[in-house]
Design a protein around this ligand. Sequence first.
Ligand SMILES: CC(C)(COP(=O)(O)OP(=O)(O)OC[C@H]1O[C@@H](n2cnc3c(N)ncnc32)[C@H](O)[C@@H]1OP(=O)(O)O)[C@@H](O)C(=O)NCCC(=O)NCCS
Length: 115
Amino acid sequence: MSFLAEPNDANFKGNVHGGKVMKWIDEIGYALSVQYSGKYCVTKFVDDIEFLKPINIGDLVKLDAEIIKVGNSSLRIKVLVSSTNLIEKSSKKNCECYIVFVAIDEKGNKTKIQE
Ligand SMILES: CC(C)(COP(=O)(O)OP(=O)(O)OC[C@H]1O[C@@H](n2cnc3c(N)ncnc32)[C@H](O)[C@@H]1OP(=O)(O)O)[C@@H](O)C(=O)NCCC(=O)NCCS
């Protein structure tokens, strides 16, 4: 996922709000888990989230996600968030975390990732 950090993403200090970054992490985790499993998935657990450097408004934000473990009903995903100042052409790593998604059926119960 790649997009510009917009003014309405800002916190009171003028950088991107931490809650926005968590929302983006959740969205890329959701997209990857649904694409992989072919099933609806929900967030179960977020682990080891670390905000390393602030994201500046106007920077190009990039999220990379990788499945690192496939369980019976769960997927463990590593997410890296980085940003690039397009004028200075300098990039930095802003955040990383692990997030677990669980595939659920129509009744909301966990279901197998691979039938
Ligand atoms: C997702 C849900 C259906 C799971 O039901 P459950 O019967 O409690 O599931 P379990 O405790 O057996 O865990 C399901 C899977 O998650 C894994 N898991 C549970 N807690 C975990 C944790 N803290 N860390 C890592 N994995 C975890 C389990 O190991 C299991 O994986 P596996 O089936 O691949 O072996 C239920 O917890 C739920 O509905 N949660 C709310 C989800 C939600 O509202 N999310 C936010 C909005 S999307």
